[in-house]
Design a binder for this molecule. Structure first.
Ligand code: DAH
Length: 337
């Protein structure tokens, strides 16, 4: 009996199934009802009493070897089966790479629109000095128009402030580049405002500047019209309302016709159907001179718009604060754009 068990143990140990079926046959051969192990266990009854214990141990040992063999190979076959059962026609599940922030989406869109007509991009510092943010732009100290923009000043140096608009980049660009100039300047700006659905202490603007010989108001209007149509659709209508900015003369605010189709249109356009999208004007000769550009030979136009405002209109967002809260439920909605 012992030599038979030993022989079987050798057999078991050297057994390597090539298929699931072979493994099953092996299982039946050893563990089946009429299998070798049950006949060995039956045989125990006839064993000599002093052999019973060690014979039992040996049979158990053999049984364990059989079970180990089956278990270790069962897994390999299951894996193979799983591999082969991959359905290659199933649509793939794309990994989620996150989404661009709506402010970045709109900013990039605006940049692309102006790039197409030859505008480059310029940037300036967010901590700005009085000259670039105010004085050079025809806003001397004590000028009441400074009140239009509530400013954060730096406590350590009263000449420094967080820029209140990207118009400061106009000045820097003109100081450092001779005309002709065609540039847009996107960036963050800061104002000391109470945070609400319509105002924030931090927001984004894009400034535009065009300086050359004989640039006219008609050029400005045409450029803004092109922009409005690219941004809001070919059918878009614009109107220019006279306005005031210290750095442009004449100045205008531009509205697009939004329509009065529903309650919300009435609310956001205050019943007029028109919505303001930007401020603009012909660069004041004083500003040109402040930036060492000859106002006798050169003229130009400038415009500035809030990116949040455009984004709110494009995406139907009614609360400005959503852009700054980074709530993924809000941001995820832009992942397809
Ligand atoms: N800087 C103005 C603001 O922040 C926007 C603006 C208006 C910019 C007219 C311009 C401009 O360049 O010509 O409210």
């Amino acid at each position: 009996m012992f030599s038979q068990i030993e022989q079987l143990l050798k057999e078991v140990n050297s057994f390597y199934p090539k298929s699931k079926e072979e493994l099953e046959a092996f299982r039946v051969k050893y563990l089946g009802k009429k299998g070798l192990l049950s006949s060995l266990f039956n045989g125990l009854k006839e064993a000599a009493p002093h052999d019973k214990k060690s014979a039992g141990l040996s049979i158990n040992n053999l049984k364990n070897a059989v079970l180990n063999k089956i278990n270790s190979h069962k897994n390999t076959f299951e894996q193979v089966i799983k591999k082969n059962s991959i359905d290659t026609s199933r649509p793939i599940r794309l990994n989620s790479f996150g989404s661009r922030h709506p402010i970045s989406l709109i900013k990039n869109q605006i940049i692309d629109i102006f790039k197409k007509i030859g505008f480059g991009i310029s940037e300036g510092p967010e901590i700005e000095d009085d000259w670039h943010n105010f004085s050079a732009l025809n806003l001397p100290k004590e000028h009441p128009a400074r009140d239009m923009q509530d400013t954060f000043f730096l406590q350590t140096n009263p000449d420094l402030l967080l820029r209140t608009h990207t118009s400061s980049v106009q000045v820097r660009h003109m100081e450092n580049n001779p005309p002709p100039i065609r540039t847009i300047s996107p960036g963050r700006v800061y104002r000391n405002e109470v945070i609400s659905a319509r105002a924030h202490c931090l927001f984004h603007q894009i400034e535009g500047l065009y300086i050359d010989e004989r640039v006219s108001f008609a050029d400005l209007k045409q450029t803004i019209m092109y922009f409005a149509k690219e941004m809001f659709g070919e059918e878009t209508r614009i109107r220019l309302r006279p306005s005031f900015f210290p750095f442009t003369e004449p100045s205008a605010e531009v509205d697009i016709y939004w329509g009065l189709k529903n309650d919300s249109d009435y609310r956001i356009t205050k019943g007029t159907g028109w919505l303001e999208i930007l401020g603009c004007g012909m660069v004041d000769p004083n500003v040109l001179e402040n930036c060492k550009i000859n106002s006798k030979t050169h003229s130009g136009f400038a415009f500035g718009m809030g990116i949040e405002r455009i984004a709110m209109l494009k995406y139907g967002v009614t609360d400005l604060r959503l852009f700054f809260e980074n709530d993924v439920r809000f941001l995820k909605q832009f992942s397809a754009l």
